[in-house]
Design a protein around this ligand. Structure first.
Ligand SMILES: [Zn+2]
Length: 393
């Protein structure tokens, strides 16, 4: 067992882990093509600790050597109408309130470029995406907007890629050396007058304060609050201008520019105090939620009822691995993302089917692990004439 990590942002030795789990799948978003492969996925320990200096929550047992982001790593949430609406609103904010119109925008880790496409459509922007798994995509828009996805490493390519907006969504929480990327972004932003930086990460306050326990996954080695995110930016030479909780409190967005500046110390002290309190009760909340779901599923089973999971994302994968590891009650997972259909849940092996296939399964209960999607799922079940009861985890 290697020595536990020091804080990924400030290097402080953390306190004792406040939460541990032994056997988390290392890739909750990599969906195997066969049931056997799904049952044989690699697992590792998560041990969350709080940095007493900067407030970062992080996995002290994280082993970066285990992380490979191979083809098929699927995290797009654009299959959900609720998510599409959210993303469109964020793009509209950047175009209208931040003046990102007919500009050059660059996104690090852009996936298939869905968010960049919104910026091209809403603001006639020229978009460059960096993502090795989707390189080669070029798309022209009627309004003069243009999207190109290239496969270069941002750390080396940035001097050739001047941009007025540097975006990075849901990447930073995967990095055990986040200041390396932030430092490169700070250099790029400093080289382009007026450049804006926009990052989005999960908000650990949703996990700690609102019971969003299914967001603790191995891929996420760092978990940010507004203050710890701002602190990481400041250390890298980026001055935060706006840090905001979004998406029902599940995400944090930060807008920054290349400059020195610090957050007022009072905010950090108050947040550190809150985190110390919230992390102390987390393991108990987590155990309590697991116990409640084990009882609920045992009761379904005793009554001969069957359940389906709706949403084969990391929350769903974490949920099923924690409460129904043998697939005793949950038969299938449903997902509107066609790239997930036909694959299997990592760790537990349930097949992932399309919503249209759910009628054949006819579950008594549909379990939803993100409350933001419960309404659109209820609607879809009604439209398909299915009477399954929807329960939110
Ligand atoms: Zn720290």
């Amino acid at each position: 067992m290697p020595a536990p990590h020091a804080c990924f942002v400030c290097g402080t030795a953390p306190g004792d882990p406040f939460f541990s789990t032994a056997n988390a799948p290392t890739h909750a978003n990599l969906l195997p093509a066969t049931r056997d492969a799904a049952l044989a996925v690699e697992r590792a320990a998560i041990e969350l600790a709080l940095c007493p200096t900067c407030g970062l929550v992080f996995n002290v047992a994280f082993d970066p050597a285990r992380m490979t982001y191979v083809e098929g790593y699927e995290t797009s949430l654009f299959a959900s109408a609720a998510f599409r609406e959210y993303a469109a609103a964020q793009a509209a904010h950047l175009v209208d309130a931040r003046g990102i119109r007919e500009r050059t925008v660059l996104e690090i880790g852009c996936g298939r470029g869905e968010f960049l496409r919104l910026l091209c459509e809403a603001g006639a922007n020229r978009a460059i995406g960096i993502d090795p798994s989707h390189a080669g995509t070029v798309e022209e828009f009627a309004n003069g907007g243009r999207l190109e996805i290239i496969g270069d490493a941002y750390e080396e390519a940035w001097p050739r890629l001047a941009a007025d907006l540097v975006l990075c969504r849901h990447v930073l929480e995967h990095l055990h050396e986040p200041l390396n990327l932030l430092g490169t972004v700070a250099r790029a932003a400093a080289a382009q007058e007026g450049a804006l930086v926009y990052f989005e990460v999960p908000d650990v306050r949703y996990t700690l304060d609102q019971g969003g326990i299914w967001d603790v996954i191995y891929e996420h080695c760092s978990y940010f609050t507004p203050v710890s995110l701002a602190h990481a930016f400041e250390r890298a030479g980026l001055r935060p201008e706006r840090v905001q909780g979004t998406y029902g409190g599940q995400f944090l967005t930060i807008e920054a520019r290349a400059a020195r500046g610090t957050l007022e110390p009072g905010a950090r002290a108050a947040e550190l105090e809150h985190l110390a309190h919230a992390t102390r009760s987390f393991a108990e909340t987590h155990a309590h939620t697991l116990a409640r779901w084990s009882t609920e599923l045992a009761s379904l089973r005793a009554n001969g009822k069957r359940a389906a999971l709706w949403g084969a994302g990391s929350k769903g994968v974490t949920f099923v691995n924690a409460v129904d590891p043998d697939g005793a009650v949950i038969d299938v997972a449903v997902d509107g993302n066609t790239r997930k259909q036909g694959r299997f849940l990592p760790g537990t092996g349930q097949p992932i089917v399309a919503p249209a296939d759910l009628a054949a399964v006819a579950p008594d209960v549909v379990i939803v692990t993100n409350p933001l999607y419960a309404e659109e799922i209820r609607r879809e079940l009604r439209e398909r004439g299915l009477t399954a009861e929807v329960r939110t985890a």
